[in-house]
Design a protein around this ligand. Structure first.
Ligand SMILES: Nc1ncnc2c1ncn2[C@@H]1O[C@H](COP(=O)(O)OP(=O)(O)OP(=O)(O)O)[C@@H](O)[C@H]1O
Length: 291
């Protein structure tokens, strides 16, 4: 489990992270979202002992990162896949990590296979694509058989097959009792992968909860043959509806509530579905107006 308590980071006059607290539970995948410059990387760096906090603290399974005798055995970290040494081969990279973690060298070979890089074991990392470096970084993070994973933008640069592979890997890891914290700008991918979300804006937590709770707040989009008549019926039932440019209505309410009003008013629906999904939730939470 990861427990972040009142974490603050100040750079001169700039408050990059402002009194941030959240928890990542065992067996779950938590998505850490926020616009550029919101403070995600700074938080992840403080969490993994790379940046000292101005105040507050983080524990991983009850210990701070700095106090862990062999941190890679408890927490696997990938903060910048592009930062790996370009002159080493993939195999050399993982063998070096294996030595640092006191893991048998043969596990480096097995890990390369597990992350789909067996065929590129002897190629220099400088010649790897970004997606291949992400796979290598994930292999590095997993090599110590940790129970916690912290990944900054792991899907960045991955092709659809790679993204699907990574989603399965993380979901299996969590299902086996692991704890995952990942940041990403790929909202569709986050929505398909995580159980919980922590959203940061301007250094502060603006939302923290289950994915389902957050999506429930994204409302319902409905389209009817006679849109204005349905809008009037919804308003009469106390549901707020906004007409979008494409003629559909965005309703603050569940699909069931909207469907019942439509049925009672005799409206002919041509579409009924979830609101804007995670993208809609994200923009609502992190827009300047929300701040
Ligand atoms: N070493 C530093 N010195 C001064 N300011 C910094 C430093 N590191 C980060 N910042 C500032 O802190 C704020 C948060 O940066 P951070 O990199 O954590 O954001 P982020 O949410 O990870 O953004 P992105 O999505 O672009 O990666 C930014 O305004 C950034 O300019």
């Amino acid at each position: 489990m990861i427990n972040v308590e009142n974490l603050t980071k100040r750079y001169a006059h700039h408050l990059a992270v402002d009194n941030v607290s959240f928890r990542c539970e065992v067996g779950s995948i938590t998505g850490f979202l926020g616009p550029n410059g919101a403070g995600k990387s700074t938080t992840l760096r403080m969490l993994t002992g790379l940046t000292p906090p101005t105040s507050g603290h983080v524990t991983i399974d009850g210990s701070s990162y700095a106090r862990l005798p062999n941190p890679g055995r408890l927490i696997g970290v990938m903060l910048d896949a592009a930062a790996q040494h370009p002159g080493r081969t993939g195999l050399e990279t993982l063998k070096l990590t294996a030595r640092l973690l006191d893991v048998p060298a043969k596990e480096a070979v097995q890990m390369l296979d597990r992350v789909g890089l067996a065929g590129a074991a002897k190629r220099r990392v400088g010649n790897y694509s970004l997606g291949m470096r992400q796979r290598l970084g994930i292999g590095n993070a997993l090599l110590g058989d940790p129970s916690v994973l912290v990944l900054d933008e792991p899907a960045n640069g991955m092709d659809p097959e790679g993204i699907r592979w990574m989603r399965g890997l993380l979901q299996d890891f969590a299902a086996g009792g692991g704890t995952v914290l990942l940041s990403s700008h790929l909202l569709g991918e986050v929505q398909a992968t995580v159980d919980r979300l922590v959203v940061i804006g301007n250094g502060r937590i603006v939302a923290d909860g289950s994915l389902d709770e957050m999506l429930a707040g994204s409302g319902t989009v409905v389209r009817a043959v006679d849109g204005p008549a349905l809008a009037a019926a919804l308003a009469g039932a106390g549901l707020t509806a906004t007409t979008r440019d494409d003629g559909s209505l965005h309703v603050v309410g569940s699909a069931e509530e909207v469907g019942r009003v439509a049925a009672a008013s005799g409206a002919v629906l041509t579409a009924l579905g979830e609101g804007g999904g995670l993208e809609d939730v994200f923009f609502r939470l992190t827009s300047p107006a929300a701040a």
